[in-house]
Design a protein around this ligand. Structure first.
Ligand code: NAD
Length: 211
């Protein structure tokens, strides 16, 4: 994988650029300007140019960016050719919905294994994904070389699950539970909180009105 020292905000925008470039390429578009990209992805053109500049001079003045070259370039940075296997722990309401969602269609990740403690769901296939007993967590993670886990268990067991994931060698956790997880330094946690997102949206609507 290519290593680049880039700001976190830029890194977060890369998958968005990548997805849009993919669409452009599919529609036969050969080149794109930062202004056109800006219209589509809703980041201002200066931000886009600055983001791209971290990777060297990719665009040409008056020409814009070559869609295919840019896409290949970002694909390499994002490691798109390697399909990352992800585990999901907790196949309840939210877990089921995520299993149903085909991450692979729009990213380089797919859920390869799910885990739960409910006997009625263990050893079944849900949305094409095998559900294992929590007792098999460590062995499956190691056998399937899983690096990342999505945690959708009740909050009161989330820390326990995180400890086991960390011990099994997981390097990243997408945490949907309201609990803020305590993990070793080599494990990265990304928290997803829909309530927070909704509150933020309401705040902006109530305080700033129209854009
Ligand atoms: N981030 C968000 O925006 C958001 C939205 C909704 C729910 N949540 C949170 O997501 C979590 C799941 O919510 P839900 O509505 O799907 O709950 P749920 O009760 O429907 O599902 C939880 C599942 O986890 C399983 N489970 C329990 N203990 C386990 C363990 N030790 N190991 C593995 N699996 C275990 C249960 O059997 C169940 O299938 C909760 O923590 C909830 O607060 C977050």
């Amino acid at each position: 994988m290519v290593e680049h020292d880039i700001p976190k905000a830029t890194a977060k925008r890369l998958p968005i650029y990548y997805r849009y470039l993919n669409l452009l390429l599919d529609s036969g578009t050969v080149r794109v300007s930062s202004n056109e990209l800006s219209e589509a992805v809703k980041f201002d053109a200066a931000t886009i140019r600055r983001d791209f500049s971290y990777f060297g001079a990719l665009g040409k003045r008056g020409y814009g960016y070559d869609v295919e070259a840019l896409m290949n370039f970002f694909g390499e940075i994002l490691n798109q050719d390697t399909l990352a296997s992800v585990a999901l722990v907790g196949v309840g309401n939210l877990g089921q919905a995520l299993l149903n969602f085909n991450f692979h269609q729009s990213s380089n990740a797919r859920i390869a294994a799910a885990f739960d403690v409910k006997p009625e769901i263990i050893n079944t296939i849900q949305s094409g994904i095998p559900v294992y007993s929590l007792a098999d967590l460590e062995s499956q993670i190691m056998d399937q070389r899983i690096d990342v886990a999505i945690v959708t268990v009740p909050a009161d067991v989330a820390q326990d699950v995180a400890n086991r994931l960390a011990n099994a060698g997981i390097r990243g956790i997408l945490n949907f539970t309201p609990l803020r997880l305590d993990v070793p330094n080599n494990v990265r946690v990304q928290n997803v909180d829909l309530t927070n997102e909704l509150q933020t949206l309401l705040y902006f609507i109530n305080n700033f009105g129209d854009k």
